[in-house]
Write a protein that binds this ligand. Structure first.
Ligand code: PEP
Ligand code: MG
Length: 883
């Protein structure tokens, strides 16, 4: 196979589509060359050669060397220069270029081919000895760093010493002989440090640089970067070798970087920076402050240093023309690098540019209007998960983050406030207009009012489906959970983080999108739902097949979700309706009742509350489908835990503390998530179902009468494993339906369905479908029970699993297609075999995860349901899944 692809003078052996072989940079250099753009001639060594380099024990094979020599000849022909010649020497740049760009991760060597003789020739040739010696010292410094492993800082020291000795402030003040002296000092230093001479043979230099670029693929920082970005280590990097063009050849020379549109606002104007008389590394290194390319940019930045537009109008003109051509060709915003050598423009790189979500929206919409891309392509250009950035305030990307703890990104957005340790304090602060972050080891229903009052929530324990995470997402409150690197010392009201201890009242910021805890207040960017957002979402809605519902427990949540475009409620967790205010006491009374009589007394009090809740939901949803799930409380979430709590609750309930303690002990479960929950509760205590069914039907009739819209409640039975469980519960529901309709003298339609959240239910779906009119996949529990991993405890070991490569993704965040996914496919297929028009949906947290939504599309689910703030993400992801 071919290992070296050449390009130059309008011809290239590669193409943009060859990026897997040539890496991103090499493929686009070839493409630009074919387009006739000014690209310094060169060649690309394929990425596969990188693997071969490692297989050979970090050596460049003789066959590859031969191909490289041939590549070199084509550069020599194109430039009319000879590598290593003592007259008009060819100098080279050697750059890495992987399939996906890994900015700043790998190495580059410039000015290669210089030695004690060619430096003279270069100076003579350019008529500028100072330039030649400056280039030589740059080369030695870079080569010694990248290839020979000498820290570049020791060279900086020499340079600083020389400047001090000569009384110069700026490098530009050094003369040719000053640089010549610096070069001799550099070479001495290398001999001293390494006991070897700086290599004078250009070919030896070339092998060294190519080997170093290959080797940089396995550098610690590159390996870490790949882990963070899920880039396979087997890809390797390609190497690009090109004729040097010099941005440091005097004041008519320059080097710069630019975006074809503004990467933070998306505005359609060239945006970038450059340095006069400099090489590319100077821009990156930040030694000198770059100048703005356009006049507009210069004015906006308030700078008085001239723009490229003013300084080199011809080169600027050409650059602008090329940017337009590149955009039209790639049909996307480009990020480019260029050099101007004595007035002549050279293109060194182009790639599709990174941008903020806001810019991505604007660019996609503008490009549709400019007829560069289709609406489908525009929809595909937006990464759904990044919509978070638009819906919540986010941390200004320009600030340095002082991270004092990390956990799971449970609910997106950022929030700043003073830390408090109890829900009461949060409520108090809220009433006084103070902003707080509520800190808990984990949250429970009693914390709800505090969670509402707080700007953000932070817990040190629990996973993505823990109470705190689920509730915060529903409320749209930023939340970080399971911050295991931090410790809460409740007794002393302190938070112990990485290198800091904070006390009550200290200010922190949490980033619920990144799972980070930061010290102090941090500048934020406010959300902005612009017209571009609306247009993209409109296109997405037209394209998608699945509908998008929301998980909402209150009319307020439902209203928020409708504003985000929800088309129904896929899950109303009725136990959440009892978290608030006085209700929790009645709920506890019910749970703690010793007998049916006690339970019925409590249920009688709960009935009007539930009826009111449901009427509210039905009227907000105005005829859209509403799925109400029967009570599914993991009991431990509602019971007092500590002795202190027992005393408080006993007082509130008018009970003896000892009696309450006894009752709590009697109800204690070793494994509450697998205990007396879901339909098991309904079967033990049918009066609970009867109360809920009555509330639902009475509310549906009232809402139908009031709004005139037909209300078809969908009643959902949780945690079913056996068809007989569903039969038992359904019989109670049907009986109550009959009673209520007779009493009201009005008939309404309703559906009874089930959640599929246990493997047995998935396997027996054909039987369960005989009784169930719809299925909704509860993938939180289905993941928990398929893996046998507690959803509340998994955060303790999942990160380790990920780090050790045992699993790639947290299955509680992104659906495990192979295992849990197969159970879902089986259940969907078997359920539909029995009942072919059966509605199928998903309401676990995965319903808002783009990759999981893709899976739902492939197996033909009818809808996904997710928390209100994820609704736009789901709409977009569902559209992308069909394109
Ligand atoms: C589920 O298990 O996926 C589900 C939606 O129910 P819950 O999270 O309330 O158990
Ligand atoms: Mg569940």
């Amino acid at each position: 196979t071919k290992l070296v692809y050449t390009f130059g003078n309008g011809q290239a052996e590669g193409r943009a589509r060859d990026h897997d072989v040539l890496g991103g940079k090499g493929a686009n250099l070839a493409e630009m060359c074919s387009l006739g753009l000014p690209v310094p001639p060169g060649f690309t060594i394929v990425a596969d050669a990188c693997s071969a380099y490692y297989t050979l024990g970090r050596r460049i094979d003789a066959g590859l060397k031969d191909e490289i020599r041939r590549g070199l000849e084509t550069i020599e022909k194109a430039t009319g220069r000879q590598f290593g010649a003592k007259d008009r020497p060819l100098l080279l740049s050697v750059r890495s270029g992987a399939r996906i760009s890994m900015p700043g991760m790998m190495d580059t060597v410039l000015n290669l081919g210089l030695n004690d003789e060619t430096v003279q020739a270069l100076g003579h040739d350019a008529g500028d000895a100072r330039f030649a010696w400056d280039s030589y010292r740059r080369f030695i410094q870079m080569y010694a760093d990248v290839v020979m492993g000498l820290d570049h800082e020791i060279f900086e020291e020499i340079l600083e010493d020389q400047k001090a000795r000569l009384g110069h402030e700026l490098e530009t003040e050094l003369t040719a002989s000053d640089w010549q002296h610096v070069v001799s000092l550099y070479k001495e230093l290398i001999e001293e440090e390494l006991g070897e001479e700086f290599p004078q043979d250009p070919e030896e230099q070339l092998w060294g640089a190519i080997g170093a670029v290959f080797a940089s693929w396995m550098s610690a920082r590159a390996v870490t970067y790949r882990q963070l970005h899920n880039i396979p280590g087997g890809w390797g990097t390609a190497v690009n070798v090109q004729a040097m063009v010099f941005g440091n050849l005097g004041n008519a020379s320059a080097t710069g970087v630019a975006f074809t549109r503004n990467p933070s606002t998306g505005e359609r104007s060239l945006y970038g920076e450059f340095l006069v008389n400099a090489q590319g590394e100077d821009v990156v290194a930040g030694i000198r402050t770059p100048q703005s390319i356009t006049e507009e940019g210069r004015i906006n930045s308030g700078s008085d240093r001239p723009s490229l537009e003013k300084l080199m109008p011809e080169a600027f003109e050409e650059l602008t023309r090329i940017c337009t051509e590149l955009e039209a060709h790639y049909r996307d915003m480009q990020d480019i690098e260029f050099t101007i050598e004595r007035g002549k423009l050279w293109m060194l790189q182009t790639r599709s540019g990174k941008r903020s979500t806001k810019a991505a929206m604007k660019i996609a919409v503008d490009m549709v209007d400019e007829k560069l891309i289709t609406e489908e392509q525009a929809v595909l250009r937006i990464e759904p998960s990044t919509l978070d950035q638009l819906l919540h305030p986010t941390i200004d990307p320009r600030v340095d983050r002082q991270v004092i703890g990390t956990g799971l990104p449970a609910s997106p957005g950022a929030a700043t406030g003073a830390i408090v340790f109890t829900a009461e304090e949060a409520v108090e602060a809220d009433e006084e207009g103070r902003k707080v972050i509520l800190l808990r080891v984990e949250t429970s229903p009693e914390d709800i009012h505090g969670m509402h009052a707080a700007e953000g929530i932070l817990t040190t324990r629990g996973g993505m489906t823990s109470h705190a995470a689920v509730v915060a997402r529903g409320m749209g409150v930023p939340c970080v959970v399971g911050a295991g690197t931090m410790r809460i010392d409740l007794r002393n009201e302190r938070l112990i983080g990485v290198g800091v201890t904070l006390k009550k009242g200290d200010i922190i910021t949490i980033d619920g999108s990144a799972g980070q805890v930061l010290k102090g207040e941090v500048p934020m960017i406010q959300p902005e739902l612009s017209g571009d957002f609306g247009r993209i979402m409109g296109w997405a809605d037209r394209l998608r097949r699945m509908t998008v519902r929301t998980n909402a427990d209150t009319p307020a949540d439902a209203r928020a979700a409708r504003a985000f475009g929800a088309e129904g409620i896929g899950l109303c967790r009725t136990e959440h309706m009892f978290f608030e205010g006085e209700r929790i006491h009645v709920m506890r009374e019910m749970i703690l009742a010793e007998d049916e009589k006690g339970r019925r007394a409590a249920l009688d009090k709960l009935l009007p509350m539930q009826r009111l809740d449901f009427t509210g939901l039905f009227s907000v949803m105005h005829g859209l489908p509403v799925t109400i799930r029967l009570l599914d409380p993991p009991l431990h979430e509602f019971l007092p835990k500590t002795e202190e709590e027992v005393v408080d609750v006993a007082a509130a309930m008018g009970m003896e503390a000892a009696a309450l303690r006894q009752r709590v002990d009697a109800l204690h479960e070793f494994n509450p998530m697998l205990g007396h929950r879901g339909c098991r509760l309904a079967i033990s205590h049918p009066e609970i179902v009867e109360m809920q069914a009555r509330a639902i039907f009475e509310a549906a009739i009232a809402a139908a009468q009031e709004t005139g819209a037909a209300v078809v409640p969908e009643i959902m039975v949780p945690l079913v494993g056996l068809r007989s469980e569903l039969d038992y519960v359904k019989e109670r529901i049907d009986a109550v339906a009959g009673e209520v309709m007779t009493e009201a003298g009005m008939k309404i339609d309703y559906l009874v369905g089930t959640m599929i959240e246990l493997p047995r239910a998935a396997l027996r779906a054909h039987k369960i479908a005989e009784a169930a009119e719809f299925f909704s996949f509860g993938t939180n529990d289905l993941t928990q029970t398929t893996f046998g991993m507690s959803r509340d405890d998994a955060s303790a070991f999942i990160p380790t699993y990920q780090r050790k490569g045992i699993i790639e993704h947290d299955p509680f965040i992104s659906l495990d297609f192979d295992g849990v996914g197969e159970l879902i496919s089986i259940a969907a297929e078997r359920g539909r075999r029995t009942r072919n028009d059966m509605k199928l949906g998903i309401c676990g947290e995965h319903g808002g995860d783009p990759a999981s939504i893709h899976f739902c599309e492939t197996i033909g689910l009818d809808y996904v349901s997710c928390s209100p703030f994820r609704v736009p993400i789901a709409r977009l992801a569902a559209a992308q899944a069909v394109i």
